[in-house]
Design a protein. Structure first.
Length: 520
């Protein structure tokens, strides 16, 4: 079954990083990571590509690292995430009288209803990215899902739709970057939906949750209630804004501000020690600076409160602030700030937790891929498998992985993860030496111990975050199989289909009539 499943690649073009992950489902319905690569992002601001040449170079670096981590891997097409402040969403309703009331409702009738939504009036310069059906009506009866409607009988069928739109120029810039990096864009996927697919479970979908993905340039929001997508939004404030606030407020370099945020930053100033200080080297000819850890926390808290105020505003506009029993799921790189859960619960009044993309991952991959910052990229792969398993668009993948000889398979897998490990960040000690120099210290009033990567990971991960070794035994897979894996796989597959909810027949709809010859 593993050979029958295609190799699907997700490409997350973010403001601070570009990640490329290749995966394939195994016989238990879990994603096996075949390759991983990432690079610093250039030419992207708040999720929008502004410098095409710089972005292409960053994509090449991430792509080459991904293929270097697995020499057997060939990548020709990718699923790409899209975000940015130009993304908007609208709600529409459509009705269609059935041609023959004696016949049952067919998939073709729903397709026709969906095609009518492409006629929705949009502001000049905007273009439809995706149309997601919510609930359906048949005559005077309402509240049906798409699967329930098929096979029913009636006179008129109707549906509510969530339409995602974006700026045409921004969409084409992403497409051009991917094309000129010698890749084909299989589909553009809204990043909030991709993140939701990676971190949600069936219980979240039923109880109602808000997914808040705090990335480098944007904060993506997806709200689910009563088993359907209710709202999506892209907030143009995220980790880059926090870094800039620290740089300007404390008068440090950008690289130092970034490391201060990740190593010592916290979202609650009350939790910071008033007698804790960070000493950093001054500029040439200047004395070293001594910065208060509490001032750092105040700066971070102010910006995080602004992000959470936007989230609360959207939930109040939907009248769902008291109806999301699953609370808020925080994901993305920004979700790793200390005490962010407490601040989120205080500002919104809802329960909160960190969302890790481990629900859909098989054992045997690098544990760093479970971190929230890779949720979007994992979700893009899940979107590809939703297309494949639904036989949407007569799915054919041009990506491949050469078969391994049984006697060399284990060595090849081990070598793959050794290469993957090289793509991750250096140790915290390396970061601090590069950003602050050897003179960085904490005064005796408060001492910080710089922990190893493993210790930091344990601190950031909650108790329900499973720790998996890189090389699990076959016995662990057998145990999974014994625990009703078929039922769990079915639930996960249905969840992904419900999140994306796509019934469109043509994926590259928005790339038609685009002439890139002038760019060559």
């Amino acid at each position: 079954m593993q050979k029958e499943n295609p190799v699907i690649v997700g490409l997350d073009i973010g403001t601070t990083k570009i990640a490329c992950i290749a995966g394939r489902k195994n016989q238990f319905g879990k994603l096996e990571i075949l390759g991983f690569g990432k690079s610093d992002s250039s030419g992207v601001t708040h999720g929008m590509v502004l410098n095409i040449e710089d972005c292409i170079k960053s994509i090449h670096v991430a792509l080459n690292m991904c293929m270097a981590s697995n020499p057997n891997l060939t990548i020709k097409e990718v699923y790409v995430g899209i975000a940015g402040h130009h993304i908007k969403s609208i709600q529409t309703h459509g009705d269609r009288v059935l041609a023959n009331i004696e016949e049952e409702i067919r998939k073709e009738d729903i397709d026709s209803l969906l095609k009518d939504q492409y006629k929705t009036f949009l502001p000049s310069g905007d273009q439809i990215i995706d149309i997601i059906p919510q609930d359906f009506t048949v005559d005077s009866l309402s509240g049906f899902s798409m699967q329930e409607v098929i096979g029913m009988t009636g006179i008129k069928i109707g549906a509510n739709f969530h339409i995602v739109t974006g700026d045409k120029t921004a969409i084409r810039n992403i497409h051009r970057c991917v094309t000129r990096a010698d890749l084909n864009t299989k589909d553009l996927v809204l990043q909030p939906l991709a993140s939701a697919a990676a971190v949600m479970c069936p219980e979240d979908f039923e109880s109602g949750v808000a997914i808040v993905d705090i990335g480098g340039g944007t904060t993506d929001l997806a709200v689910f209630h009563e088993g359907m997508l209710k709202h999506t939004a892209v907030i143009p404030i995220a980790g880059v804004n926090i870094t800039n606030d620290i740089r300007q407020g404390l008068g440090v370099l950008r690289s130092q501000a970034e490391q201060m945020k990740t190593q010592f930053g916290m979202a609650l100033a009350d939790e910071a020690k008033s007698n804790a200080f960070i000493t950093i080297p001054g500029l040439k000819g200047q004395q070293p600076k001594e910065l208060s850890a509490k001032n750092l926390a105040h700066i971070i808290q102010c910006r995080m409160e602004e992000i959470l105020e936007y989230v609360t505003y959207h939930l109040k506009q939907l009248n769902l602030i008291d109806k999301l029993h699953g609370g808020i799921i925080l994901t993305g790189g920004g979700s790793q700030l200390k005490h962010l859960i407490q601040l989120t619960e205080y500002k919104t009044g809802l329960s909160a937790r960190i969302g890790f993309p481990n629900e859909h991952l098989a054992a045997g991959h690098h544990k760093e891929l479970m971190m929230p910052m890779y949720a979007t990229c994992i979700g893009l792969i899940l979107r590809g498998y939703d297309d494949f398993e639904s036989n949407r668009l007569r799915f054919i993948s041009s990506n491949s992985e050469e078969s391994l000889n049984s006697e060399n398979a284990e060595a090849d897998v081990e070598g793959r993860f050794v290469e993957m490990a090289k793509t991750f960040e250096p140790t915290p000690q390396d970061f601090l030496r590069e950003a602050f120099g050897e003179s960085m210290h904490i005064p005796e009033a408060q001492h910080y111990a710089v922990a190893s990567n493993e210790t930091l990971s344990n601190e950031m991960m909650s108790s329900n975050f499973p720790q998996t070794d890189i090389f699990d035994t076959i016995a662990s897979q057998t145990q999974y199989e014994e625990e009703s894996q078929e039922e769990k796989t079915k639930e996960r597959t249905q969840l992904i289909g419900n999140i994306f909810g796509s019934v469109k027949n043509k994926v590259i709809y928005w790339f038609e009539n685009i002439d890139d010859q002038k760019l060559d």
